[in-house]
Write a protein of this length. Sequence first.
Length: 170
Amino acid sequence: MLVAGAGRNVGKTSIVTSLVRQFRGHGIIAIKISPHFHELKQNERFIVQSEKYNILEEQDPGTSKDSSRFLDAGAEKVFFIQSRDEDLGDAFGFLRPMIANNKPVLVESGGLRNFIIPGVFLFVSGPNRVNRNEHLKEIADKVVGLQAGKPDFNPDIIAWNHSEWKLEIR
């Protein structure tokens, strides 16, 4: 499943965290992708570090980082990818063999939709927000948002059937 949004601070991480909690009994793998290169600490668990992209495995559920929030919510594993959009396909391709095929994968990223077609694609639209990613909104399976900090849709419409994500429109 892929979660993208209209921009920054629209609730993507809150939606992903809520879904991780909902599916934590399935051994969910969460991935946070950012096109911004932040300073990284050398004590972090690097999978790969290069000029084009960095991939880390989150180990600490106790920080305020988005990837830590996913781990705290119950994800079995969490990865953080820093990559420019043009290198994102290569970065995800490097990580993909490290993820078991029978595990549900939940990714927060807008740019990845240019490289994959997910089982379910959610688009988070913020209140009164100019949509920087209208092209993504148009191809999303469902447009969602937050009301009082909680998803504005019934998350029971999303299902994991041991091999793929499904969106059950009722």
